[in-house]
Design a protein around this ligand. Structure first.
Ligand code: THU
Length: 138
């Protein structure tokens, strides 16, 4: 797993926690905040954005990745995801696939619960045997 400094982890966790405040989740009332650290040292945040047509809603992780990608970033160090539950929630299947497009197997996903207790897991653990960009290179 990639090593982060204590400062990077502290910033990721506080930004993910603050990002929950931006959640638009009138249907589930389940706030999710995400903070993504780029290889160049920039932070991008995201929150879930729900929709009256339920499946149209977007998760916090995809908002964070999408925002960073359209800002020109392709290399990432780590993501933090914060919710109001305990134990921490882990990214949904769609987000795992979305994140795997831009990350390696050792990319760390920090997951925070309502009290900011942390679990960390790698992309390779979240989505083993994944289908990705490398499958087009043959
Ligand atoms: N949600 C996320 O934002 N990220 C996840 O990885 C899991 C679920 C959101 C989607 C929806 O707005 C709410 O949490 C309840 O499913």
């Amino acid at each position: 797993m990639a090593t982060l400094t204590a400062r990077e982890i502290e910033l990721l966790s506080s930004k993910a926690n603050s990002a929950k405040e931006a959640a638009y989740c009138p249907y589930s009332k389940f706030r999710v905040g995400a903070a993504l650290l780029t290889e160049s040292g920039e932070y991008f945040t995201g929150a879930n954005v729900e929709n009256a047509s339920y499946p149209v809603g977007t998760c916090a992780e995809r908002v964070a990745f999408g925002t960073a990608v359209v800002a020109g970033h392709r290399q990432f160090k780590a993501i933090a995801v914060a919710t109001d539950i305990s134990p921490p929630a882990s990214p949904c299947g769609m987000c795992r696939q979305f994140m795997s497009e831009f990350t390696s197997r050792l990319f760390p996903v920090y997951m925070y619960d309502k009290d900011m207790n942390c679990s960390v897991i790698t992309m390779g653990e979240l989505l083993p045997n994944s289908f990705g960009p490398e499958d087009f290179r043959h």
